[in-house]
Design a protein around this ligand. Sequence first.
Ligand code: GDP
Length: 305
Amino acid sequence: KETLDQGLEKTKENIFSRLTRAVAGKSSVDDDVLDQLEEILVTSDVGVDTTLKIIERIEKRVARDKYVGTDELTRILREEIAELLTENNSADMAEFTVPDSQKPYVIMVVGVNGVGKTTTIGKLAYQFKQNGLSVYLGAADTFRAAAVEQLDIWGKRVGVPVIKQKMGADPASVAFDTLSSAKANGADVVIIDTAGRLHNKVNLMNELTKIKNVMSKVVPGTPNEVLLVLDGSTGQNAFEQAKQFTAATEVTALAITKLDGTAKGGVVIGISDQFKIPVKYIGLGEGMEDLQVFRRKEFVDSLFG
Ligand code: GDP
């Protein structure tokens, strides 16, 4: 199991260690230091808009306090970044429960192919099950045989049922079956995989709306969560996908995967700031346990620790 510190090592090197080198031998934060900081943040995939916002805030502090020592810069940067990260108010995995009257709790998972959607669903199912909750998975990505197979493999690995239909079946019908079975069996959690085709916006919107409507008919108030999975190692592509999916449906939470092994972890800061949707989970590896509930303080501590 990867720890957060291990997982974020490369991103930390890319931001904190470069910053430390950039200010070596300098006593105060001047224009040159700020230029270098800007370059560091942009090349760490924080995104131009969020980077400029951070630089502007630090400039204001420098102007106000007349003198800011480079030794203070890390602390200030840490504070500014923590403030830009949307707080995730959801419970820790171990504390998550579903009251009888609200069963099943339904998570609809969206995102393009290859970002780690199936793996994230498998990891979630595993962790919910570890905590004593019963889980049903729904294979509503009916456009790719591989997607259904992959979900099936995860279902077997974790030991939870996977509801599926034939290739090309109506995704909303799979969602209907899954929620019906889960409801009939008193399951706690349902996780529905959806197709990750970013065809045109209207189609995507219609498809997701149809699935959501069916869900709310079987279990009023669902889906409880629309979780968008983004691949953190793709940097600016993740931004673009966030833009398209948030335009097509109401995304309530984000999962950012593959932060292990990438130096582009700054994308978490930019996406959180630009979209104001809480990052709920982060993926730190391929194993079942390599998914953590995101906490902004822990994240910032790991980046600058
Ligand atoms: P999907 O097409 O979106 O369902 O993507 P998959 O779940 O099949 O994942 C694609 C690849 O990314 C697989 O090889 C996964 O093992 C890998 N993967 C998923 N999440 C992570 C992660 O957090 N870290 C790493 N290193 N690999 C991941």
